[in-house]
Design a protein around this ligand. Structure first.
Ligand code: ASP
Ligand code: MG
Length: 411
């Protein structure tokens, strides 16, 4: 007997028929004698609809009421799944975040889980009862208000619950059958990985792969939760294992690069003719930091005249207009001649723990991209990844080139 958390995403619970299919997956595990807690998302598209209603009601909404509205999607699917399980003869009950409780901080709309009391769920296992948990939501204990965990947050709910109840495994069921070397919609030769290291998955998710919420991977890594990404569209009677996210040591197949990620969510800003003297970088980046703008890649070129220089950096597309306004306002304090911007850029990244022990991995990419005529606007590297910023028009070419270069194409 094992204790499992099974998480089902929006497309897996998109309607009552699909929820019935989810119930079959749950019943399979129950029939094998396991203890099961299920975490569900809202029906696909539901959360977007709820968010749009909130914005229609008032763009300057009270974030606590935003959470009251958007948390409702998961309330519906948790109840429906419990009803269907009961109908199949599987004892089950729904749990809202506040009922468990899943305690969060007060950052409404993007709250972090602070503590989970797993006692009630575990007592339910004693009664042979499946716990069907509404993902994405918790409660702020200080105020008793419902709080949501940020978009995609039910992945984090699932991993956090798995840690709290000491589950042997957390299975994230989605509409793909695992984690791929890159987006299979872009590269038909993308391969499903049997295993990927926590750190690699963390980079993949942070750098644009949309399989899992970044925080869920962080949480799995910290608590060592054995996490699988697998498909709910498999036949419940013949399930496939999917991709295991695990410790680096548990991966036998040695590969320098494990995956290629890309993100269109980048905007490039260049400040021309900035004074080349101490304190200028601080004058630029401090006001951005104070306004919570996330600056990513930064390049400062060596000046010709030792008096002025150009500084280029990237920010998320959604924060671009705000960043531009802040910089224009601080123009005199910073002292630059012009601000040039481009939102038509994409960041392509290669990720792999093998980079720690191999030299020249990024250099190979620069040459391969140059041979294809792809111009690189900015580069960043760290221990297990490097990223290049390029024109968006070359996204597919660049991703394919790197995917082949590192031997990731399937035969
Ligand atoms: N329903 C929420 C969303 O769409 C949470 C989730 O599905 O993970 O963001
Ligand atoms: Mg999701």
């Amino acid at each position: 007997m094992a204790r499992l958390v099974m998480k089902f995403g929006g497309t897996s619970v998109a309607n009552v028929e699909r929820i019935r299919n989810v119930a079959r997956h749950v019943k399979r595990e129950i029939d094998e004698g396991h203890e099961v807690a299920v975490v569900v998302s809202a029906m696909s598209g539901k959360t977007n609809e709820l968010v749009s209603w909130v914005n229609e009601a008032n763009k300057h909404y009270d974030p606590r009421e935003y959470d009251a509205v958007v948390a409702s999607g998961e309330q519906v699917t948790s109840g429906l799944l419990a009803i269907i399980l009961q109908q199949m003869g599987v004892p089950a009950r729904s749990w809202q975040g506040w009922q468990i409780p899943i305690e969060t901080d007060g950052a409404h709309g993007a709250a972090r889980i602070a503590r989970i009391d797993g006692g009630g769920l575990i007592e339910g296992f004693g009664r042979k009862e499946v716990a069907v948990i509404a993902g994405f939501q918790g409660v702020e204990p200080a105020t008793g208000r419902v709080a949501t965990l940020g978009r995609g947050g039910s992945d984090t709910s699932a991993v956090a619950v798995a840690a709290a109840i000491h589950a042997d495994r957390c299975d994230i069921y989605t509409d793909v059958d695992g984690v791929y070397t890159t987006d299979p919609r872009i590269v038909s030769k993308a391969r499903r990985l049997d295993r990927i290291a926590f750190e690699e998955m963390l980079e993949m998710a942070s750098l644009g792969a949309k399989v899992l919420q970044v925080r869920s991977v962080e949480m799995a890594m910290i608590h060592g939760v054995k996490t699988f990404v697998r498909s709910s569209f498999d036949d419940p009677a013949d399930p496939q294992p999917g991709t295991l996210i695990c410790n680096e040591e548990d991966i036998v197949e040695e590969q320098v690069v494990t995956g290629i990620a890309f993100s269109k969510d980048e905007a490039q800003i260049t400040l021309r003719k900035v004074a080349d003297k101490p304190g200028v970088a601080a004058a630029i980046f401090q006001p951005l930091a104070q306004a919570n703008v996330n600056v990513d890649m930064i390049i400062q070129v060596v000046s010709d005249d030792a008096k002025t220089t150009d500084i280029t950096f990237t920010v998320p597309t959604a924060e671009f207009e705000r960043a531009r306004a802040i910089l224009e306002k601080a123009k005199d304090a910073i002292g630059f001649s012009t601000l040039q911007a481009s939102t038509d850029v994409v960041k392509v990244s290669a990720i792999g723990v093998g980079m720690r022990s191999h030299a020249g991995v990024a250099a190979d990419a620069f040459r391969a991209l140059a041979e294809k005529g792809v111009n690189i606007r900015a580069i960043t590297t760290s221990e297990i990844k490097f990223s290049v910023l390029i024109d968006a028009a070359y996204t597919e070419l660049a991703v394919r080139t790197l995917h082949s270069l590192y031997g990731l194409d399937k035969a």
